[in-house]
Design a protein around this ligand. Structure first.
Ligand SMILES: NC(=O)c1ccc[n+]([C@@H]2O[C@H](COP(=O)([O-])OP(=O)(O)OC[C@H]3O[C@@H](n4cnc5c(N)ncnc54)[C@H](OP(=O)(O)O)[C@@H]3O)[C@@H](O)[C@H]2O)c1
Length: 334
């Protein structure tokens, strides 16, 4: 009997929060490989915020097709290969998507060096959409330097928790995280070494920023957008750098995204607001990975992982990103 692929496909595009009616769980036999293809047994999928945006029509990221699997980065093991670059047993990383077995063009896969770090770390601390994103956002876009006061939103999530730690390693004097719930603010301060954290669900963000950063904010690493971005803009200093990494508060209403009300503070303070996508730094991945691997080996960065189970739970786990139901890197063991 052949190998059975268990997968979740998109059947309709969600309007707002996705629900079960937007997805279907299917099982099908894996087709024989063609030249240049590799069969991968998927182990872990990274549940990243960009996945939600792929469900929208005309998504910036390569969109999910109706009837197709949902894009997600993952790690797994090669079961069979018709490409000279891969053999059975290789551990690989790639856009494996919402399924248990992926037939991939070889050029989309990368062989992992598990001597440097275990496979899961290549999705988290060293991962493209987590560690590397935080690294380039803090180091190259935010240009964090000694003495800076740095604020990070979405701070207890994957990118945010890395961004705060990298800001500290880059010389920041004070690192303040913004996250939802007391358990997350405690995690930021007690486990990750942030100087302070604001619970945006239960505290007044502006008033708390005034207390915690009375001299203003030099760098803001924003994952959230909306009200929180406006609160920070009111408190920037001359020459501040606002890093637009993402705007998760807007992802369920992408046809009605509103810009910041307080953007004129940029002019008043000669400040800059710069967005980026990690792939804009493709020429510099080796530098970022080298630095992250060194910090990882030395125990200078901590990546909390939350592992959920079962490919059929892909939609529910994806929604946890919107409801804040996880700490650190959210992973799905398929
Ligand atoms: N520029 C790039 O190349 C790039 C690459 C990767 C990721 N990103 C961006 O980085 C951000 C984080 O992504 P991630 O994959 O690491 O996800 P994540 O931070 O692990 O999870 C998302 C978090 O966002 C928070 N959140 C959700 N809705 C919110 C809202 N309305 N207001 C405030 N906070 C909200 C939730 O935490 P709370 O419990 O704290 O609400 C949730 O845990 C996203 O904006 C993503 O698009 C950008």
């Amino acid at each position: 009997m052949g190998i059975v692929n268990r997968k979740v496909v998109l059947v309709s595009r969600p309007d707002g929060r996705p629900d079960d009616s937007n997805f279907r769980y299917l099982e099908e036999d894996v087709a024989p490989l063609e030249d240049g293809q590799v069969l991968v047994a998927v182990d872990l999928l990274g549940i990243d915020a960009f996945i939600r945006t792929t469900l929208n029509e005309g998504s910036f990221h390569r969109g999910a097709q109706i009837g197709g699997v949902i894009p997600a980065l993952g790690v797994g093991e090669v079961l069979d290969s018709r490409d000279a670059g891969f053999v059975a047993g290789d551990k690989v990383f790639g856009p494996l998507s919402s399924q248990t077995h992926a037939v991939m063009p070889a050029f989309t896969l990368r062989k992992l060096d598990t001597a440097v770090a275990p496979a899961n770390a290549w999705l988290g601390a060293l991962g493209l959409t987590t560690g590397l994103t935080a690294y380039f956002g803090i180091v190259d876009v935010g240009r964090v330097k000694k003495g800076d006061t740095v604020v990070v939103s979405g701070a207890a999530g994957a990118v945010g928790s890395m961004a705060g730690q990298i800001a500290r390693l880059s010389g920041a004097d004070k690192v303040i995280g913004i996250a939802g719930g007391r358990h997350k603010t405690t995690f930021l301060v007690e486990e990750l070494g942030f100087d302070a954290a604001i619970d945006y669900r239960n505290e007044n963000v502006g008033a708390r920023l005034d207390e915690l950063a009375p001299n203003g904010i030099d760098v803001f690493f924003d994952n959230v957008g909306g009200e929180i971005l406006d609160d920070v803009l009111m408190r920037i200093v001359e020459g501040s750098r606002i890093v637009i990494c993402g705007a998760i508060s807007q992802y369920e209403k992408m046809d009605d995204v509103r810009g910041p009300r307080n953007y004129l503070k940029l002019a008043e303070r000669h400040a800059s607001m710069e967005g980026f996508a990690v792939f804009h730094f493709a020429q510099h991945y080796a530098r970022g990975e080298g630095q992250l691997a060194q910090w990882y080996r030395n125990g200078d960065i901590i990546m909390r992982e939350q592992i959920e189970h079962g490919v059929e739970n892909f939609p529910a786990v994806m929604n946890m990103l919107m409801t804040g139901g996880h700490h650190g890197k959210l992973l799905l063991k398929v």
